[in-house]
Design a protein around this ligand. Structure first.
Ligand SMILES: NC(=O)c1ccc[n+]([C@@H]2O[C@H](COP(=O)([O-])OP(=O)(O)OC[C@H]3O[C@@H](n4cnc5c(N)ncnc54)[C@H](OP(=O)(O)O)[C@@H]3O)[C@@H](O)[C@H]2O)c1
Length: 236
C-alpha cells in the first residue's frame, strides 16, 4: 500500500515511516526542511524506491500543491495528516495572536490543504483513507474543571486548532461518504516526542503500532469517528 504523510522529519511522523517501511509499504513522506531531516533521509538508504522524501510545508498552499504534484499519478491508499505544532500556552490576557494564527494555520487549515490537494489521488486508491492526528485536548466534553487530565483549560490556540480540525474531518466524512472516503481522527495519547516531552507515558513505537492497527481496521461504517491509539472511541 502507498501512504502519504506530513511532518515525517521526527516524532510520530518519523515512526510512522519507519514502521510502514518495515512492513513493506511505500511512503511519500513530507518534511518541512528535508535536508535537516537526517533520521528520515537515513531511512531512505535502505528503503530504495519505497520511500520518497518531498519538501512540504502544510502552511503554504503552493508547497502542498507541489507535494501532490511530485507524487505524480500514483494512487494514495492512506493520507496521514500528522504535522502539527503545540504553540504557546499563554493565559488569556497574555495571548500571542501571531502564534495563535500560526497554530490555526498549521493544525486546522494545513490538513484541509492536504486533503484538498491529495483527494483525487486518495479516491483512486484501494482503501480511500484520510486520517488526522488530533488530541484529546480538542475535546469540548473533556474540557471542564473536572477534566480527566487535571489540566483542563489553558492552551487556547492548540485546543482551538484541533477542535476546528475535528469539525473539518466530520464535514469531509459527510461530504465524501458516497465516494467511499473513510476519514477519522486519531488521538495518539501523550507520547514521548519533542512535543510530548520525555515525561510522557507512551513510547512513540507503541503509539504508532496502535495507530496503524486502528487505521488498518477503519471501515466506511466507522468513518467520521474519533479514536485513541488503542481503538477506543473518544468524547467529542
Ligand atoms: N506527542 C504528543 O503527546 C501528542 C499528543 C496529542 C497529539 N499529538 C499530535 O500528533 C502529531 C505529531 O506530533 P509529534 O508529537 O510527533 O510532534 P513533534 O515531535 O513536535 O513533530 C512535529 C512534526 O510536525 C512537523 N511540522 C510542524 N509544522 C509543519 C509545517 N508547517 N509543515 C510541515 N510539517 C510541519 C515538524 O516538522 P519540523 O521538524 O520541520 O519542525 C515535525 O515533523 C501532531 O499533530 C500533534 O498535535 C501529539
Amino acid at each position: 500500500m502507498r501512504y502519504a504523510i506530513s511532518g515525517a522529519s521526527r516524532g510520530i511522523g518519523l515512526e510512522f515511516v519507519r514502521q510502514l517501511l518495515a512492513r513493506g509499504d511505500t511512503v511519500e513522506a513530507g518534511a518541512r526542511v528535508p535536508w535537516e531531516a537526517r533520521q528520515l533521509t537515513a531511512l531512505a538508504r535502505d528503503a530504495g524506491e519505497r520511500l520518497r522524501i518531498h519538501a512540504l510545508d502544510v502552511k503554504n498552499t503552493a508547497s502542498v500543491r507541489a507535494f501532490a504534484a511530485s507524487i505524480g499519478e500514483a494512487p494514495i491508499d492512506v493520507l496521514i495528516n500528522n504535522a502539527g505544532v503545540s504553540g504557546k500556552w499563554n493565559p488569556l490576557g497574555e495571548l500571542d495572536f501571531e502564534d495563535m494564527a500560526h497554530v490555526m494555520e498549521t493544525n486546522a487549515i494545513g490538513p484541509m490543504r492536504m486533503a484538498s490537494a491529495l483527494l483525487p489521488l486518495v479516491l483512486k486508491g484501494n482503501t480511500r483513507k484520510i486520517v488526522h492526528l488530533t488530541t484529546r485536548m480538542g475535546s469540548l466534553t473533556e474540557n471542564t474543571p473536572a477534566g480527566v487530565y487535571g489540566f483542563a483549560g489553558g492552551a487556547y490556540a492548540y485546543r482551538m486548532s484541533k477542535a476546528a480540525l475535528n469539525q473539518g474531518m466530520r464535514t469531509m466524512a459527510v461530504d465524501f461518504r458516497e465516494k467511499g472516503l473513510i476519514t477519522a481522527l486519531l488521538n495518539p495519547g501523550w507520547v514521548q516526542t519533542d512535543m510530548g516531552s520525555k515525561m510522557a507515558p507512551t513510547r512513540v513505537d507503541e503509539c504508532v503500532q496502535g495507530l496503524l492497527r486502528v487505521i488498518d481496521e477503519l471501515t466506511l461504517a466507522r468513518s467520521g469517528c474519533f479514536f485513541d491509539f488503542q481503538g477506543k472511541e473518544m468524547l467529542w
